[in-house]
Write a protein that binds this ligand. Structure first.
Ligand code: AMP
Ligand code: GLY
Length: 444
């Protein structure tokens, strides 16, 4: 019987755990988590609580469990060289080594790689390690985006119009960033609609999964601060309402070139998930960033649709045989909505920002899937932390029904919670389509 190690404690990993346990090969799951996720724990043979920056502890747990391979969920363990340590101990992993995970951890590395290998998709950009020349470059850009080098939990990017207004403010931000980070990437602000294309890579073959659109803003109508993601949707035709097959192919072509470029650059095949965050702009598909893992929430949109045995998928990634596996996703629409505590993602001075660890009660969620994120199980029930609590996923033949299923499930979860009722609804989708139409019309 196959023993599998899963590293991670979020809703994304709950979805991965479910995909592993759904395998016809009846694998046993061993889960290493930073904090206990009761959803993952309930699917696991054994769990171990520990830190993601201690690869030795993870390797020791993996050895004891006699796992055949590991699946790494979040970026933290990747950036701390957990895959390097596992590989050195003879345990293969679905997830890149630290050097390859630079695609996510270093914005400047990725931009330079695309430039060096002549891969399309970069906006205008320059990397800086000091203030020298920054002001002049800021003056050359119509819109400015600032990205600190290093992991920032998706919250370190500063966008003109959202986080600051003027060139002088941008320069001040660069000064602040360079005080705590080794570098800053200054780039052109792109305009368009974002989509996530999560691809599976064995180092040579890159297989796409259905594109997904995430919603980063905290409030209805894409207002409020950026969050880790409030929800996401995907469509039955494996496209998005504003995204045709040609645009998906453009994103995939970029990712295939990147997988090849990083192998040439490092001599190591990229084994794991290469998740491109793209923007469809009036001049085609541009790269916002790469992540070296599945998206959270986006994993919850695609893994429940996977019909191919996930253990076979993991083995093909590890063995370099993805080209021989037929990877099939059901032709269904999905809508994922995150249930969050009311104060989630709010600035400290906001009246609703305070947080009390409140109990939530899960009632009738009907046919929706539930994936636990930051939830504590106590003797008297489930309690929230200040982070996202539960991802609910509706799956149906078309988006409206998938959205209704997700909404009904949200209504079945009781407590001081909030969510974004607009995700996956017709008016918001229409807004996305109109936005793209307007941009394209302007470019003619
Ligand atoms: P990241 O941490 O790179 O995912 O950036 C967070 C968010 O910042 C993205 O989801 C985009 O909404 C926005 N962003 C990043 N880079 C750009 C860019 N060049 N132009 C416009 N928006 C961007
Ligand atoms: N959904 C955004 C992320 O996983 O980074």
């Amino acid at each position: 019987m196959t023993h599998v190690l899963l590293i991670g404690n979020g809703a994304r990993e709950h979805a991965i755990a479910e995909a592993i346990r759904r395998s016809a090969q009846t694998p046993l799951l061993y889960s290493f988590m930073k904090t206990n996720n009761p959803g993952i724990a309930s699917l696991s043979e054994k769990i171990c609580l520990g830190r993601y920056d201690e690869p030795e502890a993870i390797v020791a747990f993996a050895r004891d469990a006699g796992v055949a391979f590991a699946v790494v969920g979040p970026e933290d363990p990747l950036s701390h060289g957990v895959v390097d340590a596992l590989t050195a101990a003879g345990i293969p992993a679905v997830g890149p080594t630290r050097s390859l995970a630079r695609l996510e951890t270093s914005k400047s590395f990725t931009r330079n790689l695309l430039e060096k290998y002549d891969i399309p998709g970069n906006p205008r950009f320059r990397n800086f390690t000091s203030l020298d020349g920054i002001d002049a470059f800021l003056g050359e850009l119509d819109g400015i985006v600032l990205k600190p080098d290093g992991l920032t939990g998706g919250k370190g990017v500063l966008v003109q119009g959202d986080h600051f207004q003027t060139r002088a403010e941008a320069l001040e931000h660069c000064r602040d960033i360079l005080r705590i980070h080794p570098g800053v990437t200054v780039e052109e602000k792109l305009e368009g609609e974002e989509f996530s294309l999560q691809c599976l890579s064995d180092g040579r073959t890159v297989v796409p999964t259905p594109p997904v659109q995430d919603h980063k803003r905290r409030f209805v109508g894409d207002r409020g601060p950026n969050t880790g993601g409030m929800g996401s949707y995907s469509c039955a035709d494996h496209l998005l309402p504003f995204l045709d097959a040609d645009a998906v192919a453009e994103g995939l072509a970029i990712t295939r070139k990147v997988a090849e470029a990083i192998r040439l650059e490092t001599g190591i095949p990229y084994k794991g998930v290469l998740y491109g965050g793209f923007m469809l702009t009036r001049t085609g598909v541009k790269l916002i960033e790469y992540n070296a893992r599945f998206g959270d929430p986006e994993a919850m949109n695609i893994l429940p649709l996977l019909r191919t045995d996930f253990i076979d998928v993991c083995r093909a990634i590890i063995d370099g045989t993805l080209d021989r596996l037929d990877i099939v996703f059901e032709k269904k629409a999905t809508v994922c909505k995150y249930i969050v505590p009311k104060g989630y993602g709010l600035p400290e001075d906001h009246p609703d920002a305070s947080f009390e660890s409140s109990r939530i009660v899960i009632g009738d969620v009907q046919t929706a899937r539930l994936y636990y994120s930051s939830i504590n199980q106590r003797s008297d029930g489930l309690y929230m932390t200040p982070s996202r609590a539960i991802g609910v996923v509706g799956i149906a033949d078309a988006l409206p029904e998938a959205e209704r299923i997700a909404e009904r499930a949200v209504a079945g979860v009781h407590g001081p919670v909030d969510h974004r009722p607009d995700i996956g609804t017709e008016p918001l989708i229409r807004k996305r389509i109109e936005h793209m139409k307007k941009l394209k019309a302007e470019s003619i």
